[in-house]
Design a protein around this ligand. Structure first.
Ligand code: C2E
Ligand code: MG
Ligand code: MG
Length: 504
């Protein structure tokens, strides 16, 4: 008995509309005869007016809503059997539906368990499952405090759509404490939580979570934080990285990568003498301009692509050494950087020997720089590889010495030919006493090991004078020259190479 259409007609419209069919309907009328018609038309409950006890009505409403939600879930049979959370399909469907009436600020959250595959491998799948279930239960109980829902789109990844909160660090700590209390096996678990705060409703829901995932992935290997907020700079950076990864092959083929040479000067004698050089890569990107290695080497180290670049640099450097040898009759050894990833290449030795053979060079003419932190990654492996390379006549320079964590004990067992002191000591040696003392300490260690020190990053005369007085033998830095393209470096050879550089 309503205007426009009758209650029974409203019911049948609701039932035939997919977006409204999930809404429970309770018919309340004085017309006793309407009960059967209403239920047949799809009503979920029938309450006869007049009613004197509103509490009873409320209880019936709550019950019917509860039943309905469960029924909807069962109907779709789209829950994750392990955790009881929604599947991602249903999760996104629910978000879309809730968006029709919800305009409160909401957060998209991606939660990940660090090294989850290791938990499965070490403790077995049952333990892995137990932990996943625990995390899901904790998420569910957090959700009860606010508004939202969650799903598990992949093994150890959870998506949570949640009304805005500011204490995610507290939640993470609480969850970790809870997991840690499960058993000793779970004590070392770390969660990563990426949050896209107050989602932008102009973007599709999938994108809210893609962004939260970027923030979450950015925490990989960062042991200082477990919660990260997404901001658009993360996205821009990701796009930039993807572009670099896409372009690497073409740029190698097109020779957009250029090898620069930075001279190293021997300073033991009366005047500095050009001794050797370091090959440093530059990327002259056709659209992005000159990119420095600090922007792409760490990225390419993280995905293994650095090996391609290193091989390119080794080839270029070797052919340059050979060309100068032919042109000037002297060898200017050019040291090349060997990335921590190359250490795991079983063909490393053969590759390097192949390059030497192709260019008619001896192994002493292509020294290898290996950063100290590679030794800390896996000392046994590096020592084995370095021993083999030295056995083949390669000279090994330990790069960035002082930036890693070599113990004095390890140093005595590490086979090296040169120590390259980390630049930060030189940068600060005249500014603070501690850096100066550390420079002196590195000099002492080198004397103890019987190897020369290369001081990198020398920019000022005062630093040069001080290092010389400490007994430092070789210097590389802007004070003498920035890294130069091959043709400009060649001018240095013409002007400065002395006969003493021969066969050095
Ligand atoms: P690195 O091997 O320690 O190279 C020395 C870095 O110090 C170079 O930076 C060089 O330009 C810079 N430098 C030299 N003298 C001075 C100075 O007086 N002042 C200052 N401020 N800087 C100075 P660059 O070329 O940007 O390279 C950075 C790092 O990228 C290198 O550190 C190395 O770890 C890596 N890299 C460069 N080329 C290659 C390569 O071909 N392969 C691999 N795996 N890594 C490379
Ligand atoms: Mg180096
Ligand atoms: Mg260095």
């Amino acid at each position: 008995m309503m205007p426009v259409m009758s209650g029974t007609e409203v019911l049948s419209v609701c039932r035939s509309d997919p977006s409204m069919s999930r809404i429970p309907v309770i018919v309340m009328t004085m017309d006793e005869d309407a009960e059967v018609t209403s239920i047949r038309a799809g009503a979920d409950d029938f309450i006869k007016k007049p009613y004197n006890m509103p509490e009873v009505i409320l209880a019936r409403c709550e019950r019917i809503i509860d039943l309905y939600e469960k029924k909807n879930l069962l109907d779709s049979a789209e829950t994750d059997p392990l955790t009881g959370l929604y599947t991602d399909e249903l999760f996104f469907e629910y978000i879309r539906q809730s968006e029709a009436y919800n305009d409160a600020p909401m957060d998209a959250i991606v939660m990940d368990i660090e090294h989850f595959h290791l938990i499965n491998e070490i403790y077995g799948r049952a333990e892995g499952d137990r932990i996943l279930k625990k995390v899901a239960d904790m998420i569910s109980s957090e959700l009860e405090k606010g508004y939202g829902f969650a799903c598990r789109p992949a093994a150890d990844t959870f998506y949570i759509y949640h009304s805005c909160t500011s204490d995610y660090c507290d939640i993470a700590d609480r969850m970790l404490a809870d997991i840690g209390s499960m058993s000793f096996k779970s004590a070392k678990i770390r969660l990563r939580i990426g949050i896209n705060k107050s989602v932008d409703r102009n973007d599709p829901p999938e994108q809210w979570f893609d962004h939260a995932k970027l923030a979450c992935d950015g925490l990989r290997g960062d042991y200082t934080r477990q919660v990260a907020l997404y901001d658009s700079s993360i996205h821009d950076r990701q796009l930039y990285h993807e572009k670099l990864i896409n372009d690497i092959d073409k740029s190698i083929a097109d020779k957009d990568f250029i090898v620069y040479f930075q001279p190293k000067y021997g300073i033991s004698g009366e005047r500095p003498v050009l001794r050797s050089a370091e090959a440093l890569i530059r990327w002259q990107h056709p659209e992005l301009g000159m990119i420095s290695p600090g922007d792409f080497i760490p990225l390419f180290e993280s995905n293994g692509l650095v090996q391609k670049l290193d091989r390119f640099v080794w080839e270029e450097a070797a052919s340059q050494v050979a060309a100068w040898k032919k042109k000037f009759g002297i060898t200017v050894p050019v040291s090349v950087n060997v990335s921590r990833i190359d250490i795991y290449d079983p063909e490393l030795e053969d590759r390097l020997l192949g390059i030497l053979e192709k260019n008619g060079l001896m192994s002493s003419e292509l020294p290898l720089e290996i950063t100290e932190s590679a030794y800390s990654d896996n000392a046994a492996r590096v020592i084995e590889v370095v021993n083999n390379l030295r056995g083949r006549g390669f000279k090994i320079e330990m790069d960035d010495f002082g930036s890693g964590y070599s113990s004095l004990n390890m140093l005595t067992t590490i086979p090296i030919d040169v120590l390259k002191m980390d630049m930060k000591f030189v940068r600060n040696m005249l500014k603070d006493e501690k850096s100066l003392k550390l420079c002196e300490l590195v000099m002492d260690i080198s004397r103890f090991l019987g190897v020369p020190v290369v001081a990198e990053g020398v920019e000022e005369e005062a630093q040069y004078v001080r290092l010389k007085s400490m007994g430092c033998e070789i210097i590389q830095g802007y004070y003498f020259s920035k890294p130069l393209p091959a043709d400009q470096f060649e001018k240095l050879i013409e002007e400065e190479a002395e006969p003493s550089a021969k066969n050095s």
